[in-house]
Design a protein around this ligand. Structure first.
Ligand SMILES: [Zn+2]
Length: 103
């Protein structure tokens, strides 16, 4: 049987080291003059699904049939810095109106 007390100590030690690395990474990323790679479209997708209805012959007049929930796509974009690997994710967009002269 392994010594739980010893394992717990090692786990805490690993946790502290992890925090140290996270702090170092954060410091580098905060001072980096980011060079962003290409912006990738990374939407959140919820596939379509069906909520099953009540069993036939049950529920009387309140009987409800199956309900179809369509696929949903939430637009999202991601970019990663080429130097420090900082990742930024956004769902924000700016609308721009293009004015084209027509004759
Ligand atoms: Zn960077």
């Amino acid at each position: 049987m392994e010594n739980v007390h010893e394992l717990e100590q090692l786990r805490r030690q690993a946790e502290r080291e992890q925090e140290k690395f996270a702090t170092r990474i954060k410091a580098i990323q905060e001072t980096c003059r980011h060079t962003w790679g290409e912006v990738k479209y990374t939407p959140d997708i919820q596939e379509a699904y069906t909520i099953p209805g009540d069993a036939p012959g049950t529920m009387g007049v309140d009987w409800r049939g199956p309900c179809y929930v369509p696929r949903k796509e939430i637009p999202k974009w991601t970019r990663v810095c080429k130097h420090c690997d900082k990742m930024e994710v956004t769902t924000k967009i700016r609308q721009e109106v293009t004015r084209i002269p027509t004759f």
